[in-house]
Unconditional design. Structure first.
Length: 66
């Protein structure tokens, strides 16, 4: 699980680096996450490392790199 979280964090970081701020739906597609759980595993990793900013509301968050 730890390895998968790191891989997804890398995929999320790369997608945001290349495309700028993205919604969760767009980020899921760009990072090629298989499901929401995988996506949020990577997002959680980056949030824990204080590398992401989150805008918007709970229903429609927009993520970007700090």
């Amino acid at each position: 699980m730890f390895e998968k979280a790191g891989e997804m964090a890398g995929a999320v970081w790369t997608a945001l680096s290349e495309n700028g701020a993205m919604s969760a739906k767009d980020l899921k597609k760009a990072s090629k996450a298989k499901n929401d759980k995988e996506l949020y595993l990577g997002i959680g990793w980056l949030l824990r490392e204080d590398k992401l900013s989150v805008e918007g509301d709970e229903k429609d968050p927009v993520f970007s790199l700090k």
